[in-house]
Design a protein. Sequence first.
Length: 302
Amino acid sequence: MVPPPRHAHPAHPHPRPGPPPRRPHGPARHHLRLRPPDRRPLPPLRHPHPPRPARIRLPPHAPPHPAALRPQRRRDRTRHRHPRDHTGVLEDLFAYFHHLTATRRAHPTTDLASQIANARIDGHLLDDNTAASYYILIATAGHDTTTSTIAGGLEALIRHPEQLRRLRDDPALLPSAVEEMIRWVSPVKAFMRTAAADTQVRGVPIGKGESVLLSYPSANRDEDVFGEPFRFDAGREPNRHLAFGFGVHYCLGAALARMEAVALFGELLPRLASIELDGEPAWTATTFVGGLKRLPVRYSLT
C-alpha cells in the first residue's frame, strides 16, 4: 500500500509536531478528570421530547467564520442530495478552522487550538490544511466513533442478555467488554489506499496504482485471528482488533474513547434493572464512519 505520508517536510517523513516556540500564559497542562457521578435518582420522563441532533463544541473564543452564520437546514433532509452539498460542508469546515488557525496565531490562549496553531516542525509552522486536519480529527472523529461504539455496545448487550448478566456479575470484565464493543461495532468502516508497488495479498495480485479497500468490520471478524468472530463475547481474550488503526496513524483518541465507554457502562450497568428493545434500531447510511442512528429501548433503573 502507500508508504507512510510525509506530513510536513520532504526531508522528515515522520515528524511529530512539537510544542510551539511561545507558550500562552496560563496553566502548562490540561488535566482530564472524571468527577464523582451524581447518583441522585433520575426523574421520570413524563413528556419525552424527540431526539435532537448532536452538537460539537468547538473552541469558545474563536470569532465565527461567515460560513458558520449561514442558515442551517435539518441534516436528514439535505444529506446525500448532491455531491456538491457534501463538498460545500467540507469547504465550510476547513474555512472555519483556517480562520481559527490565523486567530490563534495572532492571539494565542491556553487552549488546545493554540497549541496546534503554533506547533512547529523543525522551526516551521504547520501549513493551514495540516493544522485544520488536526482540528477536524479532534472535533469530529472522537464524537461519531465513540457514540457509535457506546450505542452499538449497548445494543449488543441487549441482544445478548447472557453477556449482560455476565458483565453485571463480574464488573472486572468491563475493560474487556469495551474492547469487544469496539471490535463488534467497528465505527470506522473503511479507508481507501493506493498500492505503491506491485504486490500480492494471499495470492491476489494488486498492481501498482490500484485502489485497495481496507474494511475494518471485515478485519475485526477475521476467522484466522478471532475465535468465533461472529459471537459477541464480553470477556474475549486476546482481542487484537484493528478498530483504532495501526502504525503511524493509530487513533489519537484511543485512550480517551476507552475511558469514556468504561466510565459510562461502569455507572449505567449497576443501576440498570432491565432493558430491552422498544422497536427496531436504525443505522446511519455511511461508507466511512457511523453506527446507530436510533436505538429505541424500554428500561428501568434500580
